[in-house]
Design a protein. Structure first.
Length: 315
């Protein structure tokens, strides 16, 4: 039910942003929103050239393909076998299972089949240079802290009384930092109205950093990132722990559409939806281009505008 509601909200937002925008760009006057022209435009009637800056916040919806990096599969660099094959950790798990589940014999039965990221906040800033009222170069940098939460299954032996098979469910949890950088062109439709639509398109780069990747077996947390290198974990033994950085740079392209509402010469608000086709540099999952999306609200300041020559044809 939650998945259906989530998809419904996303599709509704996309329809609200893109359908009127498409009709407007095709020149369908019946769908244009006619708002009284802003007084500051009547006063200036001038081309606006120069820099703008904005603060951004919104919702980021990453593709679940890259979340498979965290599912514990034996082919992944961070895998469940790394924990369960260590003699000392396995003995701890045996004790935990015996105390909490009254069983000390078990095996890994199933890893998450549909692991995915949670929707995340998207915050950052933009800088934009306006070449004219219609055309601009826009640079945006936005950061998201992503989370992955799912469970894997242990089968315990012997089964509990009256059951053919018995299972214990354990958690997988990960956090990831992702910085998205967009550089592209912006085209504003009907720029001399107070409410005006716009398009953006350009190149995209992202930087990903795995901050945490653990499993929980009852109250015990085990780190799935191998910080011991070629050594194995041995309790009560001094071991070198390395600072392991997982992640890296990914690339792609983006397309955005939205609306700009001008409050004054120096301040405006923008609401936009963005689609990304990009790679994310997580080992084993970095070669596939996948679709991602974001919804963003921008508060735009225009303190560096220079006004061009009066144009009597601007209404």
């Amino acid at each position: 039910m939650k998945r259906v509601m989530k998809k419904t909200v996303i599709l509704t937002l996309c329809a609200v942003v893109f359908f009127p925008l498409l009709m407007w760009s095709r020149g369908d006057d019946s769908l244009k929103i006619h708002i009284q022209q802003s007084p500051f435009y009547v006063k200036n009637n001038q081309q606006k050239i120069g820099w703008e800056v904005s603060g951004n916040f919104g919702l980021y919806l990453p593709n679940k393909h890259h979340a498979q990096f965290y599912n514990g599969d034996r082919h992944n660099v961070n895998n469940l076998e790394y924990i369960f094959s260590n003699y000392y950790w396995r003995q701890e798990i045996v004790e935990l299972m015996d105390y909490n589940a009254s069983r000390d014999s078990f095996q890994i039965y199933e890893i998450p089949a549909n692991i995915k990221y949670d929707a995340a906040m998207h915050v950052g800033f933009s800088a934009r240079y306006n070449f004219s009222d219609e055309l601009a170069l826009n640079i945006s940098v936005n950061y998201s802290k992503l989370q992955v939460r799912d469970v894997f299954t242990l089968q315990v032996f012997p089964p509990y009384s009256g059951m053919l098979e018995s299972f214990v469910y354990c958690g997988i949890f990960a956090t990831e930092g992702r910085t998205n950088i967009d550089i592209g062109g912006m085209y504003t439709i009907s720029p001399h109205k107070q409410l005006t639509p716009f398009w953006e398109a350009g190149l995209h780069a992202n930087s990903t950093h795995v901050k945490k990747h653990v499993i929980h077996i009852f109250e015990r947390e085990f780190n799935m990132v191998n910080v011991y290198g070629s050594s194995s974990y041995i309790p009560n033994t001094p071991l070198n722990e390395y600072d392991i950085r997982q992640g890296g740079l990914g690339f792609g392209a983006y397309l955005s559409g939205g609306y700009r509402y001008a409050m004054s010469d120096q301040f405006s608000m923008e609401l936009l939806a963005t689609g990304y086709l990009k790679t994310v540099n997580l080992e084993g999952y970095s070669n596939k281009f996948a679709l991602h999306s974001a919804f963003l609200f921008r508060m735009v300041l225009s303190p560096f505008f220079q006004f061009g020559t009066d144009d009597p044809n601007i209404y």
